[in-house]
Design a protein around this ligand. Structure first.
Ligand code: M6R
Length: 608
């Protein structure tokens, strides 16, 4: 959360910072700000405001003489949404931006009597005051920074300007992500994520934790805390800057919904050989899947719901014990793992702090840690022993769509591999399954054809205050993701229920006109779920049914019916979820909400 960028080089810094912040805005949009040196002067100018990057543009003058600066877009943690709490924070001779949380900020205030210098309620300003204090003591930026971070507890990615050092940006991080690059044609960049500088180069390196970076027009120097020079390990991103643009779509979310066929293609194609799963491109051989006693899937939010679909498949098809864990809970529980436990960690960003902490804990028990990650080189990818990149391309909208379906596809490949290696799947059945998996992009294309019909429900949905998603078996797992999509971007209270569980309490909430999105795509429980749906319809619910039935005209079952093409039950997830995603999208836009930037949320959750 929070987007940070720094640039020093031959281009006008304001343009680079503002355009970069626009790309990073999905990480937080409570306030925005920049700080920069006027050329050859050691005066640091700051412009900041509560609101979005567009509001920041309005308070920036057209300054063409500055070539070094830092910028920030905030997701508020400590202190409310205000211009005073916006970054950058300046204390004395130091201006700083920060992503993360300094947990011991109160102790630091007391220890160094920093209170008189503080104007905001942020932990970040405490960090600025401490670094400034150390700078007064050492008169050397690097020594000051090292001494200051030595005393800080928590997560941080800092970019700092020191008044006596125009043209230079200093940076250091712990946990919170940061990538950097030197582009010959421009200069040195640092940012929370590479989309901020993708216009200039596709090469970047992940800033290692507790390494100190000095960025200048000539390049980037990196050293560890002992002062040893460390060479950056450059990576190359495999998608273009266009992939991070809206390309004519009204919102990133809509674009990403439409990108699902190609995203899934990119996830599965490199990993299918002779109609069987093959992870040799990932450097993963079958030994990872041998002698697996049990599986734990760990993730948050949508990634967790993708994991639940995968888990259902592994458990039901092959009888392998699988547990799904909410990462923020797992990290504080006693893990029941052994050296033969396979731990699958799933994360689009690869930076979700709870998932990362859970992975670290799990790694103490087993070496069989496998991550499903979208962002190359991210912390979770680097810290797990094996990684499958989904290759879905950048996902910018806060509401996750293409990441979900490509994660489910990755889980399906893993499931079949586990079945084969454990002897529980026959090769012909596995081949049949993989051949169907290859048709998923087409399934999704067919479902996208429902866009106008789904949009037609907007009028009905925008007035809802509550909505229920119900289903049984795999449909229940899909319902969870469907309800998360709707609630996070439309602000309608939405819950998912196992349809059979309604009568144990929740049905008392169903009254005239409440939307019930009923998913009935699983053959073994079809008639049961239809009975549960009738129970809600009988109480006045407005039922939107999604099923394989070619036609449902019985008004005692539903008000609206979406027919999904008849595919094997395990694959209906790819069809149903597209309807749920579009329903959430059109409800959100129908209410005048920006679905790419729902309130209180940020794309990458790098604080606890
Ligand atoms: O980057 P991750 O996949 O680890 O993110 C996990 C969740 O924060 C994320 O899926 C969140 O729930 C989305 N906003 C859902 O649309």
């Amino acid at each position: 959360m929070c987007g940070i960028i720094g640039f020093t080089g031959s281009h006008h810094v304001q343009d680079i910072l503002l355009n970069g912040l626009q790309r990073l805005e999905y990480r937080g949009y409570d306030s925005a700000g920049i700080a920069y040196f006027r050329d050859d002067s050691n005066h640091i100018s700051i412009r900041k405001t509560a609101g979005k990057v567009s509001d920041l543009r309005a308070v920036c003058d057209d300054d063409n003489e500055s070539h070094c600066g830092i910028g920030h877009t905030r997701w508020a943690t400590h202190g409310g949404v205000s211009t005073t709490n916006a970054h950058p924070h300046r204390v004395g001779r130091v201006a700083l931006i920060h992503n993360g949380i300094i947990e011991n900020y109160k102790e630091l205030i007391a220890k160094y009597n920093l209170a008189p210098q503080l104007k905001s309620q942020t932990d970040t300003e405490v960090a600025a005051a401490l670094i400034n204090k150390k700078y007064d003591e050492f008169n050397d930026p690097k020594k000051a920074l090292k001494a200051a971070v030595n005393e800080m507890e928590g997560a941080f990615a800092f970019c700092i300007l020191f008044r006596e050092d125009p043209g230079k940006i200093y940076a250091i991080r712990n946990v919170s992500p940061m990538v950097a690059t030197f582009a010959e044609n421009a200069g040195s960049f640092i940012a929370s994520d590479l989309t901020a500088f993708l216009d200039f180069t596709k090469n970047y390196f992940v800033v290692p934790e507790y390494h100190l970076l000095t960025l200048s027009n000539d390049g980037i120097e990196m050293e560890d805390l002992e002062g040893n020079t460390v060479e950056p390990e450059y990576l190359t991103v495999d998608w273009d800057v266009d992939a991070a643009e809206k390309e004519g779509y009204a919102h990133y979310m809509l674009k990403e919904i439409h990108e699902q066929p190609s995203a899934i293609e990119k996830t599965i194609a490199p990993r299918i050989k002779d109609s069987l799963p093959d992870f040799s491109v990932d450097g993963i051989d079958d030994s990872l899947f041998e002698n697996v006693s049990d599986i734990t899937v760990i993730a948050c939010g949508t990634a967790l719901y993708a994991g639940m679909v995968g888990a259902q498949m592994i458990k039901n098809r092959f009888g392998i014990p699988v547990t799904c864990a909410v990462a923020s809970e797992f990290r504080y529980e006693r893990p029941v793992l052994n050296e033969n436990s396979l731990v699958i960690v799933c994360s689009q960003s690869g930076e979700t702090i709870d998932t990362l902490a859970a992975l670290r804990l799990a790694s103490e028990y087993t070496k069989k840690t496998l991550s499903i990650v979208n962002v190359k080189g991210s912390s979770i990818a680097r810290e797990s022993n094996y990684v499958l990149y989904t290759h879905a391309g950048p996902e910018i909208a806060v509401a996750s769509t293409k990441a979900y379906t490509s994660q489910v596809a990755a889980f399906y490949l893993i499931a079949i591999k586990l079945g084969l290696v454990s002897g529980k799947a026959s090769e012909p059945r596995a081949k049949e399954f993989i051949e169907t998996l290859k048709t998923v992009p087409n399934m999704i294309k067919t479902m996208l054809g429902y866009e106008d019909r789904v949009a037609g429900l907007t009028k009905r949905m925008v007035n809802a205050t509550d909505a229920f998603f119900i289903g049984r078996g795999l449909d229940y797992q899909i319902a969870m993701e469907g309800s998360l999509k709707l609630k996070e971007i439309s602000y309608i209270h939405a819950e998912a229920y196992a349809a059979g569980e309604l009568k144990h309490g929740t049905i008392s909430l169903v009254e005239e006109g409440v939307p019930v999105i009923a998913i009935a795509s699983q053959s073994n429980v079809y008639s049961k779920v239809i009975s549960n749906i009738r129970e809600t319809e009988a109480r006045g619910a407005y039922v939107i049914l999604i099923s394989k039935d070619p036609e449902v005209t019985d008004p005692s079952i539903c008000d609206v019916h979406f027919h999904i093409p008849d595919v094997p039950d395990e694959f209906t997830v790819f069809e149903v979820i597209v309807i749920c995603q579009m329903l959430a999208y059109y409800t959100s836009t129908g209410k005048g909400i920006d679905p790419d930037k729902p309130r209180n949320l940020a794309k990458s959750v790098t604080v606890e």
